[in-house]
Design a protein around this ligand. Structure first.
Ligand SMILES: [Mg+2]
Length: 302
């Protein structure tokens, strides 16, 4: 089953949540859920890291533990949130028990503390089968002035932007940038500070610019045009076509009205296209337009 087929099922079955449970402001389908608790709103996110799927066996503990924590933090950045606390759950096959399990916990704990997001609870299950699985769930708070940013707010006339550089994150032997990326929390906070309500929609790039731009377009009910020549390519990527498919960039993709700074918290920001009326996401090249919404890394299909 493709990951998107299952997700579509989940979204359909959850479509009444916001009506049936009025404290749910955003349910499945965005980078973070938004839930009202008393007078406040909290952001919630959970993410799994599976040995053999999200990191290659043999990857050092410090590297995959960092990725386990930074993946959900990247989704929190997409909502322009600030981390508060995290829960960690692990499924441990025989090779990962005893001293190695302690090592995994210590690494998770130290990364989480480093982001101001302490581990405050969790669960451990043993299995005789299957790979190591780590699940990290985080709670965050929205930007005080802007509130939670979702994928839903893009409007025709907006510019389309990305932070950093795109493509080639898996690297030589699987030990590339996808393990060492910096979740764009500071950049997202700076963006919300500077743009406020002009920051219309945002997500993080996990499955490839093509498929993710298609998701942003769908969530907002708009069409996204990406200019092939404007995409800031990472030095290790071979061409635009690969860059929009590769995935695991963990950069921010956002739409905004008016002027946007070229640098945020030390990271470059590039205008790569625009939002127009319509549906889908297309790459605009010298010879025409190519639909790219279906191009990316489907975690469920790999
Ligand atoms: Mg995301």
């Amino acid at each position: 089953m493709r990951e998107d087929d299952l997700l579509s099922h989940v979204y359909r079955r959850s479509s009444d949540l916001e009506r049936a449970f009025p404290w749910v402001e955003a349910g499945p389908g965005d980078d973070c859920a938004v839930v009202r608790v008393g007078q406040s709103r909290v952001l919630m996110k959970t993410d799994q890291l599976v040995e053999g799927r999200h990191f290659v066996p043999g990857t050092p503990v410090a590297m995959f533990a960092r990725k386990a924590v930074t993946r959900p933090l990247s989704d929190l950045a997409a909502a322009a949130g600030r981390p508060i606390a995290a829960l960690a759950a692990a499924v441990l096959p025989p090779a990962w028990r005893g001293g190695r399990a302690n090592e995994v916990f210590d690494a998770l704990s130290s990364v989480a503390r480093g982001f101001g997001c302490p581990l405050v609870g969790g669960d451990i299950a043993m299995t005789e089968l299957g790979p190591l699985v780590l699940t990290i769930s985080i709670v965050g708070e929205p930007h005080a002035a802007r509130g939670p940013v979702t994928r839903r707010g893009a409007l025709p006339g907006d510019g389309l932007y990305v932070t950093g550089r795109i493509g080639g994150s898996f690297g030589e032997g699987g030990l590339g940038r996808h393990l060492a990326f910096e979740p764009r929390l500071a950049e997202a906070a700076a963006l919300a500070d500077v743009l406020g309500g002009r920051l219309h929609a945002m997500m993080d790039l996990s499955d490839g610019l093509g498929i993710d731009a298609g998701r942003l377009a769908k969530a907002s009910g708009v069409r996204i045009e990406v200019d092939a020549g404007a995409i800031p390519l990472a030095p290790e990527v071979q061409g635009v076509e690969r860059a929009i498919r590769d995935g695991e960039d963990y950069e921010l993709l956002f739409t905004a009205e008016g002027e946007v700074p070229g640098v945020l918290a030390g990271t470059c920001v590039t205008r790569i296209g625009r939002v127009v009326a319509g549906s889908g996401a297309v790459l605009v090249t010298g010879s025409g337009m190519v639909e790219i919404s279906g191009q990316g890394w489907d975690h469920g299909a790999r």
